[in-house]
Design a binder for this molecule. Structure first.
Ligand SMILES: NC(=O)c1ccc[n+]([C@@H]2O[C@H](COP(=O)([O-])OP(=O)(O)OC[C@H]3O[C@@H](n4cnc5c(N)ncnc54)[C@H](O)[C@@H]3O)[C@@H](O)[C@H]2O)c1
Length: 346
């Protein structure tokens, strides 16, 4: 098999079933699977957003951006002092009557139920449920047991508590609604360093995929689920409080949130957000390499294995120059690049 991947034939990579394209063909979705209206019916004046982890970073930015779209905003966070401040910022945009500030620890089911009761008593519906609260204290494989428990209590059970409490009434609403769960690239590519955080975010990916499936199988449900996968964003979690100025590579929380809102508007389930250091092609290549560990029988986390470092770097170079498929073929040892620049099966 010969695949011509010379630079002049660059555009031909768009046809591969392994590699949905960015622009020409939007994707391999049947028909219009999403809601591609100018304005998604959930992001409308007077509808209701609930955002957890809203005292800081991405959650705060989401509250401000949704307030600019004139939604009613309920913000929840364990940090009540900062939450009150954000409440004032949001009220300055939408008015006091359209803001609920409810201190909530999402790991505590009774507090989540109280949050739901207050929102439904006040406004009777939820259009946007943003499960965003998250923490990242370090837990490696045989160390930091307390942190493992804390991370899972917030990052996983926080979301489970909110889903189990809010989704049942949301399913019975007539108007469309969205659940946006905040995952992480670390839950997909699994970089070494914080096994507890990575495992919690892998769980978020899994539970959100299942939520999406369960919702779409219900004929009476107008709710869709979305996995929000931020890039590097300058927030409390990544040192904004201690480091000060935003590093060049990171996006601001506002940039990340605006990108996310666009993709949810378009009906995307996987909202994979770039940053100033990592563009989408790089994320795609890294995700495909991670899946390739299983398919190719490589060691776990081979991207960080000394014997695979050079191969991974070559794969990234090839992928960025000529496309993901070529890079995958070359990384499998069954293909080489000929002197003419074509990829040849050996
Ligand atoms: N910043 C990034 O680069 C990045 C990248 C990928 C994913 N994320 C995810 O984005 C989400 C938002 O984080 P951020 O980056 O804005 O960090 P952040 O620290 O600025 O915000 C997280 C918020 O969650 C709140 N919180 C923590 N525990 C809580 C609890 N038990 N109940 C309610 N609220 C709680 C915190 O008080 C804080 O206000 C997290 O889920 C995080 O894992 C962030």
């Amino acid at each position: 098999m010969i695949i011509d991947r010379s630079a002049s034939n660059h555009a031909s990579r768009n046809g591969s079933p392994l590699r949905p394209t960015y622009a020409a063909t939007p994707s391999y979705k049947p028909g219009n699977a999403g809601i591609a209206d100018e304005v998604h019916p959930v992001f409308l004046e007077g509808r209701v957003a609930v955002i957890t982890g809203a005292s800081s970073g991405i959650g705060r930015a989401a509250a401000l951006e949704l307030a600019k779209l004139k939604l009613k905003i309920a913000i929840a966070d364990i940090d009540d002092v900062k939450l009150q401040k954000v409440g004032k910022e949001v009220a300055a945009i939408v008015g006091d009557a359209n803001v609920l500030v409810i201190a909530t620890d999402v790991s505590q089911l009774d507090q989540v139920r109280r949050l739901k009761d207050k929102v439904y008593e006040a406004w009777g519906e939820v259009a946007v449920l943003m499960n965003n609260a998250g923490i990242g204290p370090k837990g490696t494989s045989w160390d930091g047991l307390d942190n493992w428990k804390k991370v899972f209590d917030v990052n996983v059970f926080g979301i489970v508590n909110v889903q189990q409490t809010f989704v049942p009434p949301m399913i019975h609403q007539e108007n469309v609604a969205v659940v946006i769960n905040t995952g992480s690239k670390q839950g997909i590519t699994n970089p070494p360093g914080n096994a507890a955080y990575n495992a919690s975010k892998a769980a978020v990916k899994s539970l959100t995929e299942n939520l999406a499936y369960e919702l779409r199988e219900r004929p009476d449900s107008n709710v869709t689920a979305h996995l929000f996968i931020p890039g590097w964003t300058h927030t409390g979690l990544t040192g904004a409080n201690s480091l000060g100025d935003k590093p060049e590579g990171a996006w601001t929380p506002q940039e990340t949130v605006l990108y996310m809102l666009d993709k949810v508007r378009a009906g995307d389930f996987y909202v994979l957000v770039p940053d100033n250091e990592t563009r989408r092609e790089m994320d795609e290549l890294r995700i495909m390499w991670t899946a390739g560990d299983i398919v190719e029988g490589r060691p776990a986390l081979s991207r960080w294995h000394r014997d695979y470092k050079a191969l991974f770097e070559e794969y990234m170079r090839d992928g960025l120059a000529h496309g993901t498929v070529v890079a995958i073929l070359l990384s499998s040892n069954k293909y080489i690049r000929s002197e003419e620049g074509t990829v040849v099966e050996v």
